[in-house]
Design a protein around this ligand. Structure first.
Ligand code: ZN
Length: 221
């Protein structure tokens, strides 16, 4: 069997139980590869990995080709993704021993993922106790709490303030009206709460005529 043919048959199964989406992985020997994530309702997703030929630069225009097995590549990708969040982090990616993940492999991955998520939640709880500031809670910690279906006071009001496009003051996301300059930032929402007349949702033309009609009436009428 030629080296090329051997590589075609050399595959490994990278399994992912997390619904997170990972940016594509880049390697010189295979280019770019996206690790699949399970769709809603699926327990896991599989990304088949193939063996590759790496090229080592020996200098003086000499190169050395070497084989990288599918398993080596898959283990490397799993390590990279799992280690993404520091010491002891785990994101639910592993290499199956066979052609498909076994129940015990999946159970072990779920156990490790939950353990990591509980650690994140515990860290967030401590941080919250100390600061009561949602700014110090990371997206990763929030996601962990949601995935464990835990109700936490630090789950909300996550995003930093935005800038009002009119007066550039700091405002909360999703507000209908700027507290500082009174600009209507979400017309539909503002109308819903009676902050603007409902007909102001119409086209700019009717809106203008409506505004004109609202000009102060002569006194004494
Ligand atoms: Zn404003």
């Amino acid at each position: 069997m030629s080296t090329q043919a051997q590589m075609q048959t050399d595959t490994a199964v990278l399994v992912n139980i997390s619904s997170e989406k990972w940016p594509p992985r880049q390697r010189t020997y295979f280019g770019s590869l996206t690790v699949s994530s399970p769709q809603p309702g699926e327990a896991f997703a599989i990304t088949p990995i193939h063996g590759c030929l790496g090229v080592m630069d020996l200098g003086d225009k000499r190169t050395l080709e070497y084989r990288i097995t599918a398993r080596e590549i898959a283990e490397d990708l799993a390590r990279e993704i799992n280690g993404d969040s520091g010491e002891g982090s785990y994101h639910g990616v592993f290499v199956a021993a066979g052609e498909a993940p076994t129940e015990s492999e999946l159970a072990e991955a779920r156990r490790r993922l939950e353990e990591f998520q509980r650690r994140l939640v515990a860290a967030a709880d401590l941080e919250w106790e100390r600061t009561k500031n949602p700014m110090f809670i990371t997206d990763l910690e929030r996601r962990a709490a949601r995935q464990l279906s835990l109700e936490k006071p630090w789950l909300y009001d996550a995003r930093p303030l935005a800038d009002c496009p009119v007066c550039a003051e700091k405002i909360k996301h999703g507000v209908a009206v700027c507290r500082s300059c009174g600009a209507i930032l979400d017309r539909e929402k503002a109308a819903q709460y009676g902050l603007v007349a409902a007909e102001e949702k119409d086209s700019p033309r009717t809106r203008r005529s409506h505004t004109e009609k609202r000009e102060p009436e002569p006194a004494g009428k």
